[in-house]
Design a protein around this ligand. Structure first.
Ligand code: I6G
Length: 667
């Protein structure tokens, strides 16, 4: 290949890889298999090495990070990065809207609403479409030069694509870490004996402020832009909404939740709607930001003490609060794992009163040096079980150390700990009533056999009274048996009996999940089903065969294999099958007709639960997500569909009612 051919190929590969990166990281819609991406990436790296004269700092190969700096240089923002005024309650929002309306002499204002991410504000300068430098917010005037680190974030384009690219523009936004990224990073930190991060914000800040950008490159950082600063060039926009769509068109990620809103009333509805979904979002937010949408009106309103008069952050209650640990108890789970639980002085966190927090295991207690009597920060995150972030050592008074009991607090069997495991376990197995109660609760739970009405308290009563000792006994209960339980009338007993009867018709995937095999969650149950397609094949699979299943390693394979070898499990399973538990044949490969198509389900369906609809779609290769975005292909809606329906409609997404959906499934 001569020099000009090499140059041509380098440009071609850069363009292709930029496109694939965008589809993967921003649209969440990979265009090619990872192996193909890696091949093209390698080809580009090799060409750039043999032709260093064509190496460009904006090439996709330049995202991997480079050698450590001794310190960050300073960068002055061309236009200061402002702060936002806050509203903490509806009254303050009313006052904001009133001020805006009076100043503009308007009866009602068009606003734009966006989530306020709990991350780090950054300013990225692009000149002639190329990323020139990036800085932290700093004091608003001057920030730290974190260009090398920002370039490692794969969703941020190094080169803008699209129309109307200005000579110069400052792009502003928030760098953050998703819950999933945070969890994975902390697992890695633990595995490498490194300090874990207290929350996603700290993890994002710690990752972004690394002098060695190779470390930043290894961290799962994301970015959403919320606006622009200084710019030079011909830009045409009249509203904040148009700015966001221009940014999107240049391939800069923006919040999928941004929306144009008419008047205060819609702003308040938006605040409530996002608040209801706050714990389901994959990232932390501390509020929503409302901006007067029209740029002309923003200019009329101007600024007051370094904050725009045209914007406000309406905050949600904090998700971290301080309280005291009054005691530490131990809970026994369905696999015998002992979980230490902190009993707390009640504290309201994110609007909910919290009295308990999980301490996970003994290693975690030692690592955080948690003692009974300590003052601690408690945090509620994406998942609902609150946890202790850290001890407030400055407030430590009289405290006592906690140690794991030598015997199970429920059945008194010996507590053991395997080498290399963080978890202590009760050795009582099926003879430990805590384990068997938890196993039944799991079996009846929504994602397992979904036995409506068979809640934790009833299961405990059934167990205590000796009516049920394992899951197979559930199918032998009569309405009369159920009626003997506390506060159980004829109607409730009959409903529960019907729910138990209905649970006989299930899916193989659900059945495997319901058995509660250690470390076999929904995803592994699905992977086993897809791989073997047949119950007998799973039960009789060897360790080697099990390890062929994606995501099943030696430990999980051993758990599965051992489970099916144990006599009491075999016996319970035989009784369950005799009781009539059955499932349809597993869909074969040919049925992956909805491969990669993205669905959102909203509202109440009359013929099945949303979870069942989700399982059916997953079985056909579709992806199902909780929120509507530009990537959604179909919205399935039932009764009372709410705002997801409106959003999907405004985005021109195909809408399927329940009949359409059934037709699609049948086809
Ligand atoms: O810190 C911020 C987060 C989100 C913002 C912001 C934002 O909009 C969604 N908007 C402005 C105008 C400012 N800070 C100054």
């Amino acid at each position: 290949m001569n020099s000009s051919q090499a140059k041509q190929r380098i440009l071609e590969l850069q363009d292709q890889l930029n496109q694939y990166n965008y589809q993967y990281y921003v649209l969440d819609d990979p265009a090619i298999p990872d192996a193909e991406y890696d091949r093209l990436f390698r080809e580009l790296s090799e060409l750039e090495q043999t032709h260093p004269e064509f190496l460009d700092s904006h090439s996709p190969t330049q995202r991997v990070g480079s050698s450590a700096l001794s310190k960050f240089e300073e960068i002055r923002h061309a236009l200061p990065m402002l702060s936002l005024a806050n509203a903490l309650d509806e009254e303050e929002m009313l006052a904001f809207d009133k001020r805006v309306r009076e100043k503009l002499n308007c009866a009602s204002i068009v606003y734009s609403g966006e989530t306020k991410l709990d991350g780090l504000a950054v300013n990225i300068l692009f000149e002639h479409g190329q990323l020139v430098h990036a800085a932290t917010r700093g004091d608003g005037e001057t920030g730290e030069n974190i260009t090398q680190n920002i370039k490692t974030i794969a969703s941020i384009p190094l080169v803008l694509k699209g129309n109307h690219i200005p000579q110069r523009i400052e792009v502003r936004g928030e760098v953050f870490m998703t819950h999933e990224g945070f969890k994975k990073l902390n697992q890695q930190q633990l595995a490498n004996n490194h300090k874990t991060f207290a929350n996603p914000r700290n993890a994002a800040a710690g990752s972004l402020r690394q002098l060695d950008s190779r470390i930043t490159a290894s961290r799962p950082l994301s970015f959403y832009s919320y606006g622009i600063g200084d710019y030079q060039g011909q830009l045409e926009f009249n509203s904040h909404t148009q700015i966001l769509s221009q940014l999107k068109q240049w391939r800069i990620p923006t919040s999928p939740e941004s929306r144009q809103l008419q008047g205060l009333e819609q702003c308040l509805e938006y605040f409530t709607e996002i608040g209801n979904r706050r714990l389901d979002l994959d990232y932390e937010i501390d509020g929503v930001v409302f901006k007067v949408d029209a740029i002309e009106q923003q200019q009329q309103l101007g600024f007051v003490s370094r904050a725009p008069r045209w914007a406000i952050a309406y905050k949600y209650p904090a998700m971290e609060e301080m309280t005291r640990i009054v005691d530490i108890d131990v809970q026994v789970g369905r696999t015998g794992a002992l979980t230490p639980v902190a009993r707390l002085e009640p504290v309201v966190v994110g609007g909910v009163t919290v009295t308990n927090a999980t301490l996970h295991n003994m290693d975690e207690i030692n690592r955080k040096d948690i003692r009974i009597g300590d003052y601690v920060f408690i945090r509620r995150a994406g998942d609902v079980i609150p946890e202790v972030v850290r001890v407030i050592l400055e407030k430590r008074g009289e405290v006592s150390k906690f140690s794991m009991p030598a015997n199970c607090p429920v059945c008194q069997s010996k507590v053991t700990r395997q080498e290399g495991e963080a978890v202590y376990r009760c050795s009582g197995g099926i003879y430990c009533s805590a384990q068997s109660v938890q196993a039944i609760i799991h079996f009846a739970s929504r994602k397992a056999l979904n036995i409506d009405g068979l809640g934790d308290k009833l299961i405990m009563q059934l167990k205590q009274t000796g009516m049920v000792s394992n899951v197979a006994d559930l199918y032998e209960l009569s309405i009369e048996d159920l009626k003997r339980m506390e506060r159980m009338g004829e109607k409730s007993a009959s409903n529960i009996k019907t729910a138990i009867d209905n649970s006989r018709q299930t899916t193989l995937e659900r059945f495997i999940y319901s058995l509660g095999i250690r470390e076999v969650g929904e995803a592994t149950a699905r992977a086993l089903t897809q791989h073997f397609k047949d119950w007998d094949a799973i039960v009789s699979a060897s360790m080697e065969q099990l390890e062929q299943v994606p995501d099943v390693g030696p430990v999980v394979a051993k758990n599965i294999h051992t489970f099916f070898q144990q006599e009491h499990n075999k016996e319970v399973i035989t009784r369950l099958r005799q009781a009539g538990i059955h499932w349809d044949d597993v869909q074969t490969e040919a049925d992956t007709t909805l491969n990669g198509k993205r669905f959102v389900i909203t509202g109440t369906l009359s013929s099945m639960s949303r979870d069942d609809a989700k399982q059916k779609l997953l079985a056909l290769g579709a992806k199902v997500s909780g929120s509507v975005s530009g990537n959604t292909d179909y919205l399935i809606y039932g009764d009372a569909p709410g705002s997801k329906y409106d959003k999907a409609k405004s985005l021109n997404i195909s809408l399927l009612n329940e009949d359409d959906f059934m037709l699609m499934l049948n086809e």
